[in-house]
Design a binder for this molecule. Structure first.
Ligand SMILES: CC(=O)[C@@H](O)[C@H](O)COP(=O)(O)O
Ligand SMILES: NCC(=O)COP(=O)(O)O
Length: 262
C-alpha cells in the first residue's frame, strides 16, 4: 500500500505598496514621512517585495523615490506604471524586478478598473516586449475578464494581477450577491490564467479578511496590498499590520491545505 502523497501548498508572497506613505508626505510638501523608511520596515516585518506606483501626475511616488528604492531596497521592486512611452523609458533604465502595467486616468481617485489589453493593440504588445527584453518580469493589472486574460497571454505577459477592487467595494457596501458573483469571476479567472501559463497575483482594496480569502486559492502566488496596511499602521504600527496580514494569508493557505487533504 502506498503512503498518501503529501499536499503541496505553493507559497504566497506579500508585496507591500508604499504609495500612500508618499501621499501623506506630499500633503505637506516636505520629505517626511519617507516611503523608503516604510519599505525598510516592511522588509524587516516579513514583506516579500515592495510595490510602488509612479503615476503620470506624480501624486504620490516620485521619480526620485523609484531611484532610491532601486538603489537601496533588498527586496524585489514591483514598479506599477501606465503603459506609456515615458514610463517604459524610465523602467527600462531603472530595471526593477517587475513592472505591473495599470490603466490610469488623471481624474480618478484610485485605479478604477483593469487594463484594456485588447484595446492596447500592437503598441501595448511592443511595450511588454521592450520591458521583457530589459529583463523585467511583466505583469498586467486586469479585471477578471476571459478575453483580456487570453490577450495578456498572447502578448507575452508573464503575470496577471487580478483587480480585486470591485469585489472589495461590494463587500464594504454590503452587496453580498454582487460580491459573491465577483469573487466567482476572480476564482474562474485565476484558473483560466494558470491554464494559459500565466502566474496569478491579486490586489487592490484588500484587507485582512479579503486577503485570507484570496490566499485560500492556491493559484494566487502574490498579493499586493497598500492602502489598508498604511491605514492600519496609524493605529497599530506598520510592522504589526504586516505581521497580521501575513497571519491572515497563512490562514488562507491553511484552508487550502485542509481542503486538499479532505
Ligand atoms: C494599481 C493599484 O492598484 C495601486 O497602484 C494602488 O491603487 C495605488 O493607489 P492609487 O490608486 O491611489 O494611486
Ligand atoms: N496593485 C494593487 C496594489 O498595489 C495595492 O492596492 P491598494 O491595497 O493600495 O488598494
Amino acid at each position: 500500500m502506498s503512503a498518501a502523497s503529501p499536499v503541496v501548498v505553493p507559497p504566497i508572497r506579500l508585496g507591500v505598496n508604499i504609495d500612500h506613505v508618499a501621499t501623506i508626505r506630499n500633503a505637506r510638501g516636505g520629505a517626511l514621512p519617507d516611503p523608503l523608511r516604510a519599505a525598510a520596515l516592511a522588509a524587516a516585518a516579513g514583506a516579500d517585495g515592495i510595490t510602488a506606483h509612479l503615476r503620470e501626475d506624480r501624486r504620490h511616488i516620485r521619480d526620485e523615490d523609484m531611484r532610491r528604492l532601486k538603489e537601496t531596497l533588498v527586496l524585489p521592486l514591483n514598479f506599477e506604471m501606465a503603459a506609456t512611452h515615458e514610463m517604459v523609458a524610465i523602467a527600462t533604465e531603472l530595471k526593477p524586478h517587475a513592472c505591473c502595467l495599470v490603466p490610469e486616468r488623471r481624474e480618478e481617485r484610485t485605479t478604477e478598473g483593469g487594463l484594456d489589453v485588447l484595446a492596447g493593440g500592437i503598441d501595448l504588445a511592443h511595450r511588454v516586449e521592450r520591458l521583457a527584453a530589459a529583463g523585467i518580469r511583466v505583469s498586467l493589472f486586469v479585471a477578471p475578464d476571459e478575453d483580456q486574460i487570453v490577450r495578456a497571454a498572447d502578448i507575452g505577459a508573464a503575470v496577471i494581477e487580478l483587480h480585486t477592487g470591485a469585489w472589495c467595494d461590494y463587500r464594504v457596501a454590503g452587496r453580498q450577491e454582487d460580491a459573491a458573483a465577483e469573487l466567482d469571476r476572480l476564482m474562474r479567472a485565476a484558473d483560466q490564467a494558470v491554464t494559459l501559463g500565466l502566474e496569478v497575483h491579486a490586489g487592490h482594496g484588500l484587507d485582512y479578511a479579503t486577503a485570507e480569502i484570496m490566499a485560500a486559492n492556491g493559484h494566487v502566488r502574490e498579493l499586493n496590498i497598500g492602502h489598508f496596511l498604511i491605514g492600519e499602521a496609524i493605529f497599530e504600527g506598520l510592522e504589526t499590520a504586516i505581521r497580521r496580514m501575513r497571519a491572515a494569508m497563512a490562514r488562507g493557505r491553511a484552508h487550502l491545505r485542509l481542503g486538499a487533504a479532505a
